[in-house]
Design a protein around this ligand. Structure first.
Ligand SMILES: [Zn+2]
Ligand SMILES: [Zn+2]
Length: 318
């Protein structure tokens, strides 16, 4: 699949990978967050580190996001929430005036309640001092103990599904988004869960996480432990083969290492995955844009804008 620089004339769904990384600090890869634009909806899946910054870089004001869905509660999927939520309320983030809708598996209520407590003073001060509308800081939480259809409106359907990430890492969900006959599957973090392949069968775009380390590192229990929570490149290739999506994309690539030991390269992970999947594989990057219509157009990010771009903070307040 060639990666172009030009925009598709007609697309039904546009997906932008805001954060494609892991908990590891990397200015080129924020942690997990994916933006899906379909019809009049702007949906966000996870808010890892740097989510709000990447939204601005993608040309989307944080206040434009209608709904947020969490996959699970590992910090690399949640730590950007406060910045995204409160930033979207400020004029510089678009000045949200209506409540933000947040959904996720059990645990989302506690996550949001904790944020409300932590930032109560900020909200109180900005309401009295800057006259920001209190309603814009409100959050409507939908906590789900079971997965299934979470949104079905105006032709847009968002369905959650359970995936296996680890014995103690529960609940853990992925998402399928359907709109105008197009489908996106966000596999979430998972460890060789073949049920995801079934859900992603014939999807237009299928994101799957992967993890790998140099063989010399596998003797270290902490590295072996991390890899036990993720899908190997071979397994990812097999899952892509079963699903046979139009576009297969690797995201959230976990490459644990130690000083003095080789780090496995992304190209090697891709090549290893390709040994088990005959279609082409994309390695998702921050701010990569997938335009999905009759054709699928993948637009490479402009890397010169990474990290150091100054965004106007007019009226941002203290
Ligand atoms: Zn995780
Ligand atoms: Zn993760």
């Amino acid at each position: 699949m060639p990666i172009s620089q030009t925009k598709c004339p007609k697309s039904d769904i546009v997906v932008t990978t805001l954060g494609t990384g892991t908990p590891v600090y990397n200015p080129l890869r924020c942690s997990q967050s994916i933006l899906v634009e379909a019809g009049n909806f702007f949906l966000l899946f996870d808010t890892g580190r740097g989510t709000a910054q990447r939204l601005i870089q993608a040309g989307i004001a944080p206040a434009q996001i209608d709904r947020l869905f969490f996959t699970h509660y590992h910090s690399d999927h949640t730590v950007g929430f406060a910045d995204f939520w409160l930033g979207s309320w400020l004029p510089a983030g678009g000045g949200r005036s209506k409540p933000l809708k947040v959904a996720g598996p059990t645990g989302v209520q506690a996550l949001i309640d904790g944020h409300r407590i932590a930032f109560a003073d900020d909200i109180r001060m900005r309401v009295v001092d800057q006259k920001l509308p209190l309603k814009g800081a409100h959050i409507e939480v939908a906590s789900h103990s079971d997965c299934g259809v979470l949104l079905n409106q105006s032709g847009l359907k968002v369905t959650s599904f359970e995936t296996f990430h680890g014995k103690f890492i529960k609940p853990n969900w992925g998402y399928r988004i359907d709109y105008a006959g197009r489908s996106i599957v966000i596999g979430g973090d998972s460890n060789n869960d073949r049920s995801v392949a079934k859900i992603a069968t014939d999807a237009d775009l299928f994101f799957h996480s992967v993890g790998a380390a140099d063989e010399s590192l596998l003797k270290f229990p902490e590295i072996a432990g991390i890899l036990q929570h993720h899908t190997t490149p071979q397994q990812a290739g097999e899952i892509f083969s079963i699903a046979s999506p139009k576009i297969a994309a690797l995201i959230h690539i976990v490459t644990p290492s130690r000083p003095g030991f080789p780090t496995v390269r992304l190209e090697d992970i891709k090549a290893r995955t390709e040994e088990f999947y005959k279609g082409s594989i994309i390695i998702a990057e921050d701010l990569m844009r997938f335009e999905i219509g009759d054709d699928i157009n993948i637009i490479a990010p402009n890397k010169t804008s990474y990290g150091l771009q100054i965004v106007s903070t007019t009226q941002a307040g203290p």
